[in-house]
Design a protein around this ligand. Sequence first.
Ligand code: EPZ
Length: 422
Amino acid sequence: MDSILVTGNGPLNGQIPIAGAKNACLTLMPATLLSEEPLTLTNAPRLSDIKTMTALLQSLGAEVSSLQDGQVIAMSSHNLTSQTADYDIVRKMRASNLVLGPLLARFGQAVVSLPGGCAIGARPMDLHVEGLEALGAEIELKDGYLHAGAPGGLKGAVHEMRFASVGATENIVMAATLAKGTTVLKNAAREPEIVDLVECLRKMGAQISGEGSSTIEIQGVDRLHGATHQVVTDRIELGTYMLAPAICGGEVELLGGRMSLVESFAAKLDAAGVSVTETQNGLKVARKNGRVQAVDVVTEPFPGFPTDLQAQMMALMCTAEGTSVLEERIFENRFMHAPELVRMGANIEVHGGTATVTGVEALKGAPVMATDLRASVSLILAGLAAEGETTVSRVYHLDRGYEHVVRKLEGVGAKIERIKGE
Ligand code: EPZ
C-alpha cells in the first residue's frame, strides 16, 4: 500500500485547480439508467470511486467509456442485461445504492445489496426505502439485498423525509422523473450536487422545480432523452485546499472555486482570521494576520457547515489560538482522525459526537494512518504545517476522492511525495 511523505515547508503560494465534484458525478452517472439515449458527462474527476461506479454500471450492461484522460464519461444504457447491484461492488462504495431509484423507474425492478456499514457509521437505507415505497414500490430485504419492484410502474406522491438525506433525495428524485403524476418531496436535501443532478435531469427532459430548497416537485414524464452535462465544481475538494494556506500561511488561489459553494465554510474561516475573496478565476485564500483563532463548528445538512470538511477543519483548529468545539451531527463515528492528530502533538478530547481542540503552537511530524477519505486529507494538511516529516499510510482512501494531490500541493510549494508501497 502506498503512503505519502509530507515535510513542513512554510507558507504556500500559487494556484490549485479544483476538479469536478465526486459526489455530483456519483449521482449523475446512475442517471444514465433512466434513458435509452446516451448521457455524456464533462469535467468529471479522475478518482477510484468513479472507476467503481463505472464497473457497477458496466455490470448492469451499460456502456461506459472514459475519454480525454477521464475528464469525459460517455454512457449508454440502451440494452441493460441486469438489474442487480452485487454486494462485492456495493460494499466498496455506498453510492452504488444510487442505481436503485433509476432501475426501479425504468424497469420496475431492482435488486441492490445493502451497502453494509463503513468506517464513519452504519449508514442504513431506511430513508431511501420509505421514499420509494411512497412512490408505490414494494421493497423487501432478503439475504442482505433490497429486492424492489414496481410492476405497475411508480406513481407520484407527496412524501416528507424524516431527515434531509442526500442519497435518499437523489434516489427519490431520479425515480420520480418517470413516475405517473406529480411527486412533492419535502425536507429534501439542498446540497449543490442535488442542484447539479436536477439540472442534468432537466436537460434529459425531466420536469422538476425547487431544487436547492427543501421542497422539490417532479412531474413524471414517459421517457427521458440523452444529454451532455458538465459536472459542478467539487466544493469539498475546494474547501480542503482552502485550508492549505490557512494552516501553512501564504496565499493560494483555488481555480474554479465559487463562494456560493462554500458560504458557511468561508464564513467560519473568516471568523478564524482567514480571508476568502472571489477573483476572476476562483477564490483567493490567505490568513488575515498572524495565528488563526479557534472557532466552534457544528456540522449540518447544506447550507450548514459540511460534515465532509469537519476532519480538515479540525486539523486547522489544532494549531489555532484558543479552544474549538467541533460537533459532528451527521455521522456517528467521524472523529477517527483525532487520535492520529494527537500522535502529531495535537490536544484533542473526544466525547461522543463532540471534539474539543485546544490549539498548540506547532504540530510535530509523525507516522500516521488514514482511516477514511476525509480523515486522510486532514492528516496531510496537518503534515504540511508540522515540524519535520509526516508519513500518511493507507492512502488508497485518498485516491477515492482527491485527484493528483501530490501534484496540486507541490504546485504551491509543498514538500510532498508519494512512496510506492509493496
Ligand atoms: C452523501 O452521503 C455523501 N456521499 C457523503 O460524502 C456526505 O458525507 C453525506 O452525503 C452528507 O453530506 C455522496 O454523495 C456519494 P446521507 P449519503 O444520506 O447520501 C443517515 C464523502 O466523504 N441516513 O445524507 O450517504 C446516515 O447514516 C462522503 O464524500 C439514514 O439514517 O449521506 C448519516 O448518518 C462521505 N438512513 C446521515 O443520514 C438513510 O436511509 C446522512 O446521510 C440514509 C441516511
